[in-house]
Design a protein around this ligand. Structure first.
Ligand SMILES: [Zn+2]
Length: 149
């Protein structure tokens, strides 16, 4: 294979990956109008079970970490404050870690482990990551987004 063809192939793959990611984000953030946590979702914040969506007050630089399951917002936390959020759904379990510097999927029992392998979101890479501020678990219809005000 020539060098040009390889580059073209790589570009095509990158475009395809982007399209898939964008589609996934659209699919996951499109709400179904229900009140979360709904439909048998168990939400644990630092080990404590939450009966309502978690909305923590503003802190630090105003960046937020927004977690949605099946299109419903289940947590909205400040970026930079240590938290471990466990989302247990019928489809499976995800553990989202927020540290002072990053947000990442610590653990998941999904097939493929794509969400766990995704690059952590930091303040520095937020603009440059292929997926922007998103970490998504398609099999569990779970999305994590780091978003400014
Ligand atoms: Zn996953």
């Amino acid at each position: 294979m020539t060098k040009t063809r390889k580059t073209a192939l790589r570009t095509a793959c990158a475009v395809l990956a982007l399209a898939l990611a964008a589609g996934g984000i659209l699919l996951l953030t499109r709400g179904n109008g229900g009140n979360p946590p709904a439909g048998g979702i168990t939400l644990l914040l630092d080990g404590a079970e939450m009966t309502d969506p978690v909305l923590a007050p503003e802190a630090g630089d105003g960046l937020r970490v927004i977690v949605t399951a099946d299109g419903n917002e289940i947590a909205n936390l400040p970026f930079g404050t240590e938290h471990t959020l466990q989302v247990i759904q019928q489809s499976g379990t995800n553990t989202v870690r927020i540290t002072p510097d990053a947000v990442y999927m610590e653990e998941a029992d999904c097939h493929g482990q794509d969400c766990v392998k995704m690059e952590p979101v930091t303040r520095d890479n937020l603009e440059m990551r292929v997926m922007g501020g998103f970490i998504i678990c398609l099999p569990h219809r779970l999305s994590v987004e780091v978003r400014g005000k």
